[in-house]
Write a protein that binds this ligand. Sequence first.
Ligand code: CP
Length: 306
Amino acid sequence: MKHIMSPLDMTVEELDKLLDLANDIERHPEKYAHVCEGKRLATLFYEPSTRTRLSFEAAMMNLGGKVLGFSDAGSSSATKGESVADTIRTVSCYADIAAMRHPKEGAPLVASMASRIPVINAGDGGHQHPTQTLTDLLTIRSLKGRLNNLTIGLCGDLKFGRTVHSLIEALVRYDNVKFVLISPEELRVPGYIREGVLEKNNKEYKEVVRLEDALPELDLLYMTRVQRERFFNEEDYVRMKDFYILDAAKMELAGPDMLVLHPLPRVNEIAVEVDNDPRAAYFKQVQYGVYVRMALILTLLEVEVC
Ligand code: CP
């Protein structure tokens, strides 16, 4: 039985196979409409979510399966002091697979060690968000045609943004991927990513503060919001929150094929006027999130579709 805690839980070959499956689901959804009949997905969300939880639920329903779970820890027995280990032991009696989001780093890993069913990390604190990474990889590969030979700008809260950490870990495995890390000094990518992932893998990267300086050289710009929920005080958040705003004027500095991605939710960091720019791909990204989660459920449940 396999769990997914990080994008590195899959080899590049396994990832390619998963993305191929997701593309086949996109092209032939009818082929997959009943393949999970009789199966159940549990969504255990101890932290708010719109896309991850609902796309997991949509994914299982698209496959003919059923869903159960909670979207708020306050409505679960966590409020009575139940551990994630005991919760997943219980849920293993009700469901075939579970997706868990938790504010504490490592909580889904703890759950996976006590589980009788595959557990998917749906975001743990500021640590990892592997299914967002699968979504990002599918979006990039589908729209750019490749995952190598790319210059990728990651902009915003690179300190607390778990989607950025997971994406860097996944992309260092591809050839000739260069990173431009765009953040204010206080929100730089953590040392364990800079030294432990980028430098360890001999990846070319630079850190800049001004988005305008980076835009002309990028194949892809990955915007992120400042993670209010992970700040220790509101004053720092307010000072940082509008540090970057991508608008139509800044988009003029970018190349004609530069894609704009964002894991969403967006706050102010992308002006609504950018949404109509053909390079804005963040709502297509949301749709790819459903296909890739369908592919992941099928893979972890070992459902073969002819
Ligand atoms: N991208 C993402 O994780 O969105 P939600 O927080 O809405 O799930």
